[in-house]
Design a protein around this ligand. Structure first.
Ligand code: 5GP
Length: 206
């Protein structure tokens, strides 16, 4: 599938605790973009402060599995005992409207997207060090020590798949990380394969 004339799909992954959500929010606050976030669906329990339809669509396992059968996901994966997936219809609507759609998803799902949409821009966010990862997961205060350990082990496995991504962005500072991602998006817009058809049309004008 080609996205040339439509919007752009931007996939952001990175280990749990790397601060993806914070970087994403900082990115959306920057000016001069057409970014739109794709809200995922999950069977995970709602954390305090999370809002249904904003952070995630929270559904039961039965409902999620029904949607899998009906091919309603662009991708989905199981992550530490819960399902997470990207609703296909919503993403396509946004892309067809020319938006730059951001997916914040784990690696197995991201690889499914790369397979289906070759023009997707794949960005992997890394922490400045492992300690930063532990500190951030603990400070969240929402998960038990056992789950934290599980998430850090999962991070080790995720790092091994980082070479499938187009870009690596270090989250040493939230604003710097968001600036780097914005620079990547601008550069992607200027890529010949995305932009040459527009200029060809212009040059054909008398
Ligand atoms: P959390 O439970 O911390 O909100 O998310 C756990 C992991 O699931 C994170 O790495 C997050 O990026 C990922 N995730 C969130 N939504 C989706 C989705 O729709 N699909 C996939 N594959 N992963 C997702």
């Amino acid at each position: 599938m080609k996205l040339n004339d439509k919007g752009m799909l931007i996939v952001m992954s990175g280990p749990s605790g790397v601060g993806k959500g914070t970087v994403r929010k900082a990115l959306f606050e920057k000016r001069g973009h057409r970014l739109d976030y794709s809200v995922s669906m999950t069977t995970r329990k709602k954390r305090e402060g999370e809002v249904d339809g904003v952070d995630y669509y929270f559904v039961s396992r039965e409902e999620f599995e029904q949607r899998i059968k009906e091919n309603k996901f662009l991708e989905y994966a199981e992550f530490v005992g819960n399902y997470y997936g990207t609703p296909l219809d919503k993403v396509m609507e946004k892309i067809n409207a020319g938006k730059e759609v951001v997916l914040e998803i784990e690696v197995n799902g991201a690889l499914q997207v790369k397979d289906k949409m070759r023009d997707a821009v794949m960005i992997f966010i890394v922490p400045p060090g492992k300690k930063a990862l532990y500190d951030r997961l603990r400070s969240r205060g929402t998960e038990s020590e056992e789950i934290i350990k599980e998430r850090v082990e999962k991070a080790d496995r995720e790092f091994k798949l980082a070479h499938y991504y187009d870009y690596i962005v270090v989250n040493d500072d939230v604003d710097n990380a968001a600036d780097r991602i914005m620079a990547i998006i601008r550069a992607e817009h200027a890529k010949t394969e995305r932009s040459i058809h527009k200029y060809k049309k212009l040059m054909e004008e008398k």
